[in-house]
Design a protein. Structure first.
Ligand SMILES: O=C(O)CCC(=O)C(=O)O
Ligand SMILES: [Fe+2]
Length: 346
């Protein structure tokens, strides 16, 4: 990536405030088993964070640190390769997973390059080749030959992060007063994927963003970030942008659109963005925990009632996923699909 091309320039009101001060931090939650605290008490702590912020960090999460470090090294090695090497696994209309450097969020180009892979290979999603099309597409991963051990290490890491995601899902379910496994069935044919983000130094960070403001789509995201910093979230209480300070070995957890809909807005999917800088490259590794294509997403019957009627209409996860992903490819004239499109009018 060279000097700042016009495609990267954000509208004036979206540009980041690079001198932003650190606000009150998001909660830090210790997941270790402790005799001083019941599972329900831990769940309640998580529930409070989900309501107030939709974001928190976790420590003592069970993901082996050595494995995480090996992945970080391999990711750097992968992106350090010449473009020709990375482009051997470039994503296209047939293979939406793999390497790409031209993602758009809200139609402005992000200052980053990425590598994606599905947790389940193949993963099924609606084909949507025409409006009545009910057929499914089988999507497969693409793996580079180099660096060596890339695929094996990434797959091993993905399984560990998936375990953490299920642990959190169960705690969230308990926090809602529901059985721990209430949500588990939705992930039988999950469309989850892991992403490696590389944000190179940017000549004009005041004009661009590493990732433009957005909400993640699924149930929750488990994010590993390095020590550079740049992730900012919008505070639910007043809409202020807050920087998330990197904490060594912790994971940043945030809720996605599906969880906000299931809980009928009780829990929050916060908007967030990534600010870049002129000096340091940054790496991050989000795991997007997404339901199966067949899952129908709507406010849970256990949560809604006459006083709290459903705020969203039911929608099919696979169609939502396929439509959002399709619009990543090129600058589109229409706005990307959002959960707000399913809001029940008041
Ligand atoms: O790099 C980060 O810290 C966050 C990236 C992100 O929000 C995303 O990939 O959805
Ligand atoms: Fe995100």
């Amino acid at each position: 990536m060279g000097a700042l091309d016009a495609a990267f320039i954000q509208e004036a009101e979206q540009r980041p405030d690079l001198k932003m001060v650190e606000g009150e931090g998001i909660p830090m939650i210790d997941l270790s088993d402790s005799p001083a605290r019941t599972r329900e008490e831990l769940a309640a702590e998580i529930g409070d964070a989900c309501k107030k912020w939709g974001f928190f960090q976790v420590v003592n999460h069970g993901v082996p640190l050595g494995l995480r470090k090996r992945v970080e090294e391999l990711v750097k090695e992968f992106f350090d390769q010449p473009p020709e090497e990375k482009e051997k696994v470039k994503r296209d209309e047939v293979h939406p997973m793999g390497y790409h450097d031209s993602e758009h969020t809200k139609n402005v180009r992000d200052w980053k390059e990425v590598f994606d892979f599905f947790l389940q290979d193949p993963t099924l999603i609606p084909a949507l080749s025409h409006p009545e099309d009910k057929s499914l597409r089988k999507l497969t991963n693409q793996w580079p030959q180099s660096p060596p051990q890339f695929r094996e290490t990434c797959e091993e890491y993905a399984r560990e992060v998936e375990n953490l995601a299920f642990k959190l899902l169960e705690l969230i379910s308990l926090s809602l007063g529901l059985p721990a496994d209430k949500f588990n069935g939705y992930f039988k044919e999950q469309t989850s994927f892991l992403r490696f983000n590389h944000y190179p130094p940017c000549p004009q960070p005041e004009l661009a963003l590493g990732v433009g403001r957005h909400k993640d789509g699924g149930a929750l995201t488990v994010l590993s970030q390095d020590s550079v910093g740049g992730l900012q979230i919008q505070r639910r209480s007043d809409g202020e942008w807050i920087s998330i300070r990197p904490t060594p070995d912790a994971y940043v957890i945030n809720l996605g659109n599906a969880m906000q809909v299931w809980t009928n807005d009780l829990y929050w999917s916060a908007e967030h963005r990534v600010v870049v800088n002129t000096e340091k490259e940054r790496f991050s590794v989000p795991f997007f925990f997404f339901p199966g294509h067949q899952v129908s997403v709507k406010p849970l019957d256990e949560i809604t009632n006459e006083e709290n009627p459903p705020k969203y209409k039911e929608f099919n996860w696979g169609v939502f996923f396929a439509m959002r992903n399709r619009s990543d490819y090129k600058k589109q004239e229409v706005e990307n699909i959002q959960i707000d499109h399913f809001k029940v009018s008041e």
